[in-house]
Write a protein that binds this ligand. Structure first.
Ligand SMILES: *Cc1c(COP(=O)(O)O)cnc(C)c1O
Length: 352
């Protein structure tokens, strides 16, 4: 690779996005709908109060303040989305020119990067992980050309479960002059530190987290994007104004503020994961149990399609990942409650 130039986010933004002004909504101009003094006749809302008759805060100030405090980042480092899937889509649309730019993904990994590259007409350059699911750093850097805008790194990785080597990620962050998106959907289960701690060192780093996994709120759809204020303000230009609805903002605030809940549930899930590992060892057609730094376990079995169907007949739904590269005959098992895991293990032994 050539000598790295100084990173300048303006070299990566799409031309049409550079000139955009964010849509200014009624609720951007005047926020305090709850003060008794003001009368709000600016947004064509129904005036009869029912808790949700007003448009939600487009910048989610109170929720962001809580999340920023929990993560030791500033509010200006945060953008929230309708799940991380929306955040990922915003990143594509802000930085990748359809038909011209490309991204780099590292299969086997989360399927949405590829789906979004297809939707946005962006070439997806795939660089496989090594057979032990590590990063092939030199191959990744070789795949880069002048139109490579983003490298997506999912760590802990879905579906393999492992976290990637810190120095390997570091080398990519340092040598690649585009954006590095680290998807930390499973970070709350991980033994590793979040890359958020080192965000200020890397102007090209975007960290994505979610309330869908450890926080137990997949149903409300809330994704978190953490990056430099420059990147955040670019994403804000194209964000739909009311992308995070009022009920989501309310429930997220309540749930995140519950003292100790996250830790208690994560600890229990990790205990259950250990128990599951032990029990899986005793199932003779389970040929490999991949190490997991997340809340799921990828196992290799004798015949994944057969075992998948057998489990389904017994009312247990797991994920067959066999179609993914390097994942022949694998099943991905989410760690459930103690009761659910006992049923899984008993069934696995029964169908032997
Ligand atoms: C589950 C998951 C997400 C979560 O997406 P949401 O849209 O926030 O629910 C993101 N990335 C990965 C790798 C995941 O496995």
């Amino acid at each position: 690779m050539e000598e790295k130039e100084k990173f300048d986010i303006n070299n990566l933004v799409r031309e049409n996005v550079k000139g955009l002004q964010p849509y200014s909504s009624a609720r951007d101009e005047f926020k305090e709908t709850s003060s008794g003094y003001m009368v709000f006749l600016d947004a064509n809302e129904n005036p009869f109060e029912n808790g949700i008759n007003r448009y939600p805060d487009p910048q989610q100030h109170s929720l962001k303040a809580i999340l920023a405090e929990r993560r030791s980042v500033k509010v200006e480092n945060l953008l929230l989305g309708n799940g991380s899937d929306e955040v990922l889509d915003l990143i594509f649309r802000a930085f990748c020119e359809p038909g011209i730019d490309n991204i780099i993904t590292l299969p086997p990994t989360y399927g949405m990067y590829k789906v979004l590259s297809g939707i946005n007409a962006i070439e997806n350059r795939e660089v496989l992980l090594s057979p032990d699911f590590g990063l092939n750093v030199s191959e990744i850097l070789e795949a880069v050309d002048v139109n490579s805008k983003i490298i997506f790194i999912c760590s802990p990785n879905n579906p393999t479960g492992n976290s990637f080597d810190e120095n390997a990620i570091l080398e990519i962050l340092v040598k690649f002059n585009g954006l590095v998106v680290i998807d930390e959907a499973y970070i709350d289960f991980s033994q590793r530190e979040s890359w958020l701690k080192r965000r200020v060192e890397f102007p090209n780093l975007i960290v994505i987290q979610t309330l869908s996994k450890a926080y137990g709120m997949a149903g409300i759809r809330l994704g978190i994007c953490c990056a430099s204020p420059e990147i955040i303000s670019i994403l804000n230009k194209i964000k739909p104004p009311y992308n995070v609805n009022e009920l989501t903002q309310q429930r997220a605030r309540e749930q995140v503020l519950k003292e100790g809940l996250l830790q208690t549930e994560v600890t229990e899930i990790l205990n259950q994961k250990r128990a599951l590992f032990k029990a899986l060892n005793e199932v003779d057609y389970v040929l490999e149990i991949h190490p997991s730094d997340a809340n799921f376990i990828l196992i290799r079995v004798d015949d994944a399609n057969k075992r998948y169907q057998q489990l389904l007949k017994k009312g247990i739904v797991v994920r067959n990942r066999s179609s993914q590269p390097l994942c022949d005959n694998t099943l991905r098992l989410t760690v459930g409650t103690s009761k659910e895991n006992v049923r899984l293990i008993n069934t696995l032994k029964e169908i032997n």
